[in-house]
Design a protein around this ligand. Structure first.
Ligand SMILES: Cc1cc2nc3c(=O)[nH]c(=O)nc-3n(C[C@H](O)[C@H](O)[C@H](O)COP(=O)(O)O)c2cc1C
Length: 218
């Protein structure tokens, strides 16, 4: 490499040689580097959790990478009347889940966390089995293999032994099973308050606590 060249010139040459890479300055978390999280919606009931999380994650310093399964789109429209375009308008990036070659499929892309909200039993089970048949499942597998935070808002009831064993297996792999279970000690008055309770617990898990979250402190 020619020592006469300045840094940006050598970087430009490197990018020309190697293709589209994330600049080194943006790889490690720190000043000038956003917290990057994947937010995925699947076909369990409770699309409102994904939608609300998207709204609450939108803040300076957070970059949201959105994935929505086909069943997730269906429940989103059924339960909230919203469409994919509404979600895309709130996210920084959106990827079709058939695009298994997108950057989220690689552990080399500097992502910090992934939340699946809501998470269906189907998606949970596929992740536990390492079945990476679409970008959403591959991104979850990458999150686990890179030892990054994977939070699953699994929604189903009642649970059979297979579901429970799968949750144990995922917990052993490092995932966090965080079902959206409401609390009543804060006397919620609206459905949104019930939803926000679970969403705020997930923001806590991400290390992005909401300033306005109501906390138990008798
Ligand atoms: C209205 C509706 C509600 C559903 N609720 C749930 C649910 O709460 N939990 C669940 O695991 N699956 C639920 N399902 C089934 C999933 O959508 C289905 O298993 C689907 O294949 C999941 O695919 P995905 O994991 O790729 O999103 C529901 C389906 C519909 C249409």
């Amino acid at each position: 490499m020619n020592p006469e060249l300045n840094y940006s010139e050598t970087q430009r040459q490197e990018q020309e040689r190697t293709g589209p890479l994330v600049p080194k300055s943006e790889q490690a978390p720190g000043p000038g580097r956003p917290f990057r999280t994947i937010l995925a919606l699947t076909g369990a009931s409770g699309a409102i959790y994904g939608l609300r999380l998207l709204e609450r994650l939108r803040r300076p310093g957070v970059e949201i990478h959105l994935l929505v399964s086909h069943a997730g789109l269906r429940t989103l429209e059924l339960e909230t009347g919203r469409r994919l375009s509404d979600l895309k308008a709130l996210a920084d990036y959106h990827y079709p889940i058939r695009d298994v070659g997108a950057r989220l499929a690689s552990g080399s892309y500097p992502m910090d966390a992934m939340v699946i909200a809501p998470c269906s039993i189907r998606t949970m089970s596929a992740i536990a089995a390492g079945i990476s048949s679409n970008l959403l499942l591959r991104a979850a597998d990458v999150t686990l293999k890179e030892r990054r935070k994977l939070i699953l808002m699994v929604r189903e009831s009642p649970l059979h032994l297979g579901h429970l064993r799968t949750m144990v297996a995922l917990t052993e792999m490092g995932a966090i099973i965080a079902p959206p279970i409401p609390a009543f000690y804060n006397r919620p008055q609206t459905v949104l308050e019930l939803v926000d309770y679970s969403v705020e617990r997930v923001l806590d898990l991400l290390g992005l606590p909401a300033a306005e979250a109501r906390r138990w402190d008798p």
